[in-house]
Design a protein. Structure first.
Lengths: 102, 287
C-alpha cells in the first residue's frame, strides 16, 4: 500500500518537500482523538494540500476510528516520507552502481 | 579507530593529540554528512583547537546543509567591525568564524585534555592579530559544494594516505542523510559480511529498525561482492523461527519477500536478476 501511495504521489507530481510538510502536519495529530483527527485530515485536504496529496488525506480520513489509528496514521506517513526520501537518494546515487544501478 | 583519510599536515597535528582525541576525530570524520563538513572540521583541527572544541563544532555542523555550514562559518569582508586580522583569522579558522557569527559551542572537556603541545599551539593562536597577518600566506580557493572557501591551501578530500587507515568507500550514506534530514533521520552505512559485522548481525539490526518504523536502505551485489542494486527493506514477517524481509528494488521496482536464511547464505533471491544474491551494505538510522 505504501508503495502504491508513493506511486500516486509521484504521478501527481507531489514534491518531496510537500510529502515532508504532510508528515509534519500529521505529526500534530498526536494526542488527538479519532473524530478530531479525521476532521483535521479533511480540513488539510481542503485548505493546505492539493492534488494527489489532498486525495490521499481524504482517503485516509474515514479510516481513522480509534486513537490507535491516529498513531498508526502518523507512523505510516512518516514511513512513507522516509521511503520517498530514500528512493530519491537512490535516484541520485544510481550512477554509483554499474549500468546506473540496473 | 575508524577509517579516515588525512594528509600529512593534519596528521602531524593529530599525532600531538591523545589517543582519545584521535579516536574522537576519526569518529567525527565518519559522522560528517558532507565533504564540506569534513573539511571545516579538519581546518578547525589545523587551527589549533582542542578535541573537545572540534567535537562540539562538528556536532553543530552535522545538522546543517552545505549552504548553511558555509554561511555559519564565513565572515563577510563587509561585516561591521571586522578588521583585516580578524577576517584572516576567521578565514583560516572556521570554528572561530562560527563563534564570531554567533554560534555557541560547549566543548566536551572529557574528550581530551589538550596535550602540552596543543596548549602551546593555543597560546600562539591567541597572540596578537598582527601575528596572524604576518603568517598569512597566499591561499587558493577551496571549491566547496556551495561557494568558494578561501582559506588554507586546498587539501583534496581523498588526500594522500597516512598512517591512519583510509576511508572505506561509502556508497550512499551522505545521499540518504541529505534526503531524510528534514525528517530528523540521518544514516550510518555499514559494510556487511565482514569480521566487524556479519550479514546475520546486520539483518538483526535491520529488523530492529524496521520494527521501529524506519525502513532500511541496502545494497545488493553479486556473489563476488560487486554492488549491483539499491534496495529498501520495508517490512519483516516471521513464521516460527523463520523470518523474511520485504525488499523493494529501486531500479526494476520489484517487490519481493526474501527469506532471511537465503540472505545469510548468499543464496538465490526471488528477483528477476539472479545475480543479486549478496547483501553487501545496509544503512541504519543513527540514534
Amino acid at each position: 500500500m505504501l508503495l502504491d501511495e508513493l506511486s500516486e504521489l509521484r504521478a501527481g507530481q507531489v514534491s518531496q518537500k510537500t510529502i515532508e510538510d504532510l508528515t509534519r502536519a500529521l505529526r500534530e495529530l498526536d494526542g488527538s482523538g479519532p473524530i478530531e483527527a479525521a476532521s483535521t485530515l479533511k480540513t488539510l485536504a481542503q485548505t493546505r494540500f492539493a492534488g494527489a496529496a489532498a486525495a490521499l488525506l481524504v482517503r485516509w480520513a474515514p479510516k481513522v476510528k480509534t486513537e490507535a489509528d491516529v498513531l498508526a496514521l502518523i507512523g505510516h506517513f512518516h514511513r512513507l516520507a522516509l521511503v520517498s526520501g530514500v528512493l530519491s537518494a537512490f535516484r541520485r546515487g544510481a550512477d554509483r552502481l554499474p549500468r546506473g544501478g540496473g | 579507530m575508524s577509517d579516515v583519510e588525512v594528509d600529512a599536515e593534519l596528521e602531524a597535528v593529530l599525532r600531538r593529540w591523545s589517543e582519545r582525541g584521535r579516536t574522537v576525530f576519526a569518529e567525527l570524520m565518519e559522522d560528517a554528512t558532507s565533504a564540506l563538513q569534513r573539511e571545516l572540521v579538519q581546518r578547525a583541527v589545523l587551527a589549533g583547537h582542542s578535541p573537545g572544541e572540534v567535537h562540539a563544532f562538528a556536532d553543530e555542523l552535522r545538522g546543517l546543509s552545505d549552504d548553511e555550514c558555509f554561511e555559519a562559518c564565513t565572515v563577510e569582508s563587509g561585516t561591521a567591525g571586522a578588521t583585516v586580522a580578524l577576517l584572516l583569522k576567521a578565514e583560516a579558522d572556521p570554528l572561530y568564524a562560527f563563534q564570531l557569527k554567533g554560534g555557541a559551542l560547549t566543548p566536551n572537556e572529557h574528550d581530551d585534555a589538550p596535550s602540552m603541545a596543543m596548549k602551546i599551539l593555543k597560546e600562539n593562536a591567541r597572540a596578537a592579530d598582527a601575528e596572524l597577518v604576518q603568517r598569512a600566506k597566499p591561499r587558493k580557493a577551496f571549491a566547496a559544494d556551495s561557494g568558494a572557501f578561501r582559506a588554507l591551501p586546498p587539501r583534496p578530500v581523498t588526500g594522500s594516505r597516512s598512517s591512519l587507515q583510509p576511508v572505506a568507500t561509502r556508497l550512499f550514506e551522505e545521499l540518504l542523510t541529505e534526503a531524510t534530514r528534514p525528517l530528523g533521520v540521518s544514516w550510518r552505512e555499514h559494510e556487511l559480511d565482514t569480521p566487524d559485522l556479519s550479514i546475520e548481525q546486520g539483518l538483526q539490526q535491520a529488523a530492529s529498525s524496521i520494527g521501529r518504523g524506519v525502513p532500511v536502505p541496502a545494497v545488493l551485489g553479486n556473489a563476488q561482492g560487486k554492488p549491483l542494486a539499491f534496495v529498501v527493506m520495508l517490512q519483516t514477517s516471521s513464521a516460527g523461527a523463520t523470518r523474511a524481509f520485504q525488499l523493494f528494488e529501486h531500479g526494476t521496482r520489484e517487490l519481493v519477500w526474501a527469506n532471511e536464511r537465503d540472505l545469510i547464505a548468499r543464496g538465490e533471491l526471488p528477483f528477476e536478476n539472479k545475480a543479486l544474491r549478496r547483501l553487501l551494505r545496509i544503512a541504519l538510522p543513527r540514534g
